[in-house]
Every structure is written in structure tokens, then in C-alpha cells.
Design a protein around this ligand. Structure first.
Ligand SMILES: [Zn+2]
Length: 139
């Protein structure tokens, strides 16, 4: 059930802005507005499902396929030393937006292992990253 106030549903409906990287039938990929590291991207289900338990297998398979596309785009463009892919279910696990999403976070050796930050990314950098990644997402 889509929520009126859900920020990711608003992005899906085009009512909130996002630096979009990729869209298909079941998923969207866009830059995290609070990037923990440069290139931090989210893959979100098009339909509102709160977590891994509510999302259908079909949709989760689409999330995995999109995550792979974005992972390659991140590796091709930013060449990070590592790439963290993670997904949080429930406040106790650190979930802060209760609409299913997967994080792809480029990482460098020795960085602290943060999951979230409250520091917004530079909108121009996010837009430029999204544009570059969108060009490199394998179709
Ligand atoms: Zn939602």
C-alpha cells in the first residue's frame, strides 16, 4: 500500500526530486540524498513494500538485477576499492525509510563503516554522478 507521506513513493510518483540513475518495470535507482560515500546509490521498489518480508520474490529479483547493473556502473566510473551492498529491515536493524531499498556504497580501505549520515550531498555532484552512472548502466 503506497503511503501519501512516504518519500520514496513520492519519488516514484515524480512528486519529489531524485538524481535518477535507472528505472525499469519494478525498480528505480537514484543517488542517496545523504550519501555516506561518493556514489552512494539506492535501489528502490516501484511498489510500496516496507521490507524484505512484504516485497514479492519477483520484485526482489528485479532489485537484484538492478543492483548488479548499478554495481557495474559504479565500478566502471568510480573504481572504488570495495563496494558495500546492504539492505536494512526494521528500525532495530537501522532502517530509516520504511519503503524497501537496497544501498550500494563505494568504499575505500580504512573508512569507518557508517550506514547513514545526516549530511546532505552536494546537489550538483549528485546530479553529475547520476548522469554519468546512467550512461554506464548496462541495459
Ligand atoms: Zn513508499
Amino acid at each position: 500500500m503506497a503511503s501519501e507521506s512516504c518519500i520514496f513513493c513520492k519519488i516514484v510518483r515524480g512528486e519529489a526530486p531524485a538524481a535518477m540513475v535507472f528505472e525499469d518495470e519494478h525498480t528505480l535507482a537514484f543517488m542517496d540524498i545523504f550519501p555516506v560515500t561518493d556514489g552512494h546509490t539506492l535501489v528502490v521498489t516501484r511498489e510500496h513494500a516496507e521490507n524484505v518480508f512484504e516485497a514479492s520474490r519477483e520484485v526482489l529479483e528485479a532489485v537484484a538485477a538492478t543492483a548488479k547493473r548499478v554495481a557495474h556502473a559504479l565500478r566502471d566510473t568510480l573504481a572504488p576499492e570495495g563496494l558495500m551492498v546492504f539492505q536494512l529491515n526494521g528500525a532495530a536493524a537501522g532502517q530509516t525509510v520504511f519503503h524497501y531499498h537496497m544501498h550500494l556504497m563505494p568504499r575505500a580501505a580504512g573508512e569507518p563503516l557508517l550506514l547513514h549520515t545526516r549530511v546532505p550531498g552536494d546537489p550538483q555532484r549528485l546530479a553529475s554522478l547520476a548522469e554519468t552512472l546512467a550512461r554506464h548502466v548496462a541495459r
